[in-house]
Design a protein. Structure first.
Ligand code: NAD
Length: 408
């Protein structure tokens, strides 16, 4: 039956398409870790769209905004914030999860910082009226095709990992996931019947060269700014789309002779991530493998409240958000961990604006706050000081003010 299904799908014409054709010639401007670092002499100004969203979103965004303001003022950078409705909050106020006004503001800004969206109240809405639909529309509207998710096991939180201490200790990797192509968008897709009259469901894994080339360049640039090691994950022993992926990644590698490229099949990568995650530095992979591997990698760190992410396009503003959701179970109780959002703000500075020094100041402040023993409930362990969202935010501000990164 599998064979007959595949025959049916293969016979569909015209050629598979996963992206609008007008994207093909778009130039790729790599903005990862740009070298335009800040100087205290020149006052710079950036427009940031803030999308607090739902649940704990407004709580964590409020803390991150304060951190950005203080870190920026120390480094001679001004942030102009434009706060807009998104998700359930937008549904309640305007009837849609992503109002036109929000998308327009986001597109016109230098970067977008999102809290989280969703909640019980809107769970039973029709698909087009779900908060999550607004998030997909935002990603599509901003044309962000590269999702960067770091997974670092901080020495202070190594016990939070489900892996043995000696395996988890020192893990510091980045998953670069293709976000807008592959099987999640490829056509043909749908339901039907095969020649035996049986019901089938089918999807298509398809990548055009330009889609692979642009994500590969983002990944090589990212690896170059880290330890110079890039592992491309595919299933080139079985899938034609993966064979093509590997061919394009190898072609782009010629532009980056200083980056050491390796390849791994996805099943082995899933295994190696829990066996010996320290072997990885930067991983690049397609949409579906990245979806799974980035969740697996992030869980090595053991704490969802600590994990930031960045979504980047070829040009235009990037979208920066913690990987956690709106946590309706703790919303409004001052229990949320804002560190993932603060670290997302640091990614915004580093990968979105190229303001590496301010980003480092914020990252150092988070580490310093943890070193001083402050913990929200999700990362608390005996011997530390249990604090709420606002208080840990205040502590981060103190560290931002007093700690100077080595590069400054
Ligand atoms: N990008 C997004 O905005 C996003 C992502 C995932 C889920 N969601 C939405 O969020 C809602 C809740 O989803 P869920 O419960 O599956 O996932 P969730 O991430 O919101 O929560 C999972 C668990 O982790 C805890 N948690 C999450 N973030 C935390 C933080 N910063 N500090 C402390 N604890 C934290 C929660 O209390 C909960 O116990 C749903 O409506 C879902 O659709 C949104």
């Amino acid at each position: 039956m599998a064979a007959s299904t595949s025959m049916q799908v293969m016979s569909v014409k015209p050629p598979f398409q996963s992206q609008p054709q007008n994207n093909i010639k778009k130039p790729v401007i790599i903005r990862c870790c740009s070298s335009s670092s800040s100087t205290t002499a020149a006052k710079k100004s950036y427009n940031i769209t803030l999308l607090p969203g739902d649940g704990i979103g407004p709580e964590v965004i409020s803390v991150a905004k304060n951190v950005l303001n203080l870190a920026g003022s120390i480094e001679g950078i001004e942030f102009k914030f434009n706060e807009k409705l998104m998700g359930g909050a937008a549904l309640d106020a305007t009837g849609v999860p992503l109002p036109e006004e929000t998308l327009t503001a986001a597109k016109q800004s230098d970067a977008v910082l999102l809290g989280a969206i969703g909640g019980y109240k809107w769970d039973k809405n029709e698909k087009h009226l779900k908060p999550e639909t607004g998030l997909l529309q935002l990603r599509e509207g901003l044309e962000v095709f590269a999702n960067l998710r770091p997974a670092s096991v901080l020495p202070q939180l190594v016990d939070a990992s489900t892996l043995k201490k000696e395996v988890a200790e020192g893990v510091d990797l980045m998953v670069v996931r293709e976000l807008t192509g592959g099987i999640y968008f490829g056509k043909p897709r749908g339901f039907g019947t095969n020649e035996n009259g049986e019901e089938i469901g089918f999807n298509t894994e398809v990548y055009a060269a330009y889609e692979i080339d642009r994500i590969a360049r983002i990944a090589f640039e990212t690896a170059r700014k880290r330890s110079g090691k890039l592992c491309s994950v595919d299933k080139a022993n079985v899938l034609e789309a993966s064979m093509f992926w590997r061919k394009r990644v190898m072609a782009i590698a010629e532009e980056y002779p200083d980056v050491e490229l390796s390849h791994m099949y996805v099943d082995n990568a899933a295994m190696q991530l829990v066996r010996n995650p320290k072997q990885f530095d930067t991983i690049v992979t397609n949409n579906i493998f990245g979806d799974i591997l980035s969740d697996e990698a992030s869980m090595i760190t053991g704490s969802i409240g600590m994990l930031p992410s960045a979504s980047l396009g070829a040009s235009g503003p990037g979208l920066f958000e913690p990987i956690h959701g709106s946590a309706p179970d703790i919303a409004g109780q001052d229990k949320a961990n804002p560190l993932a959002t603060i670290l997302s703000a640091a990614m915004l500075l580093k990968y979105g604006l190229g303001e590496v020094k301010v980003a480092e100041r914020i990252e150092l402040a988070v580490l310093d706050t943890l070193n001083r023993g402050f913990r929200t409930g999700d990362i608390y362990s005996a011997g530390n000081k249990l604090v709420g969202c606002k208080e840990i935010g205040e502590e981060v501000l103190k560290s931002v003010d007093t700690k100077t990164p080595a590069s400054v």
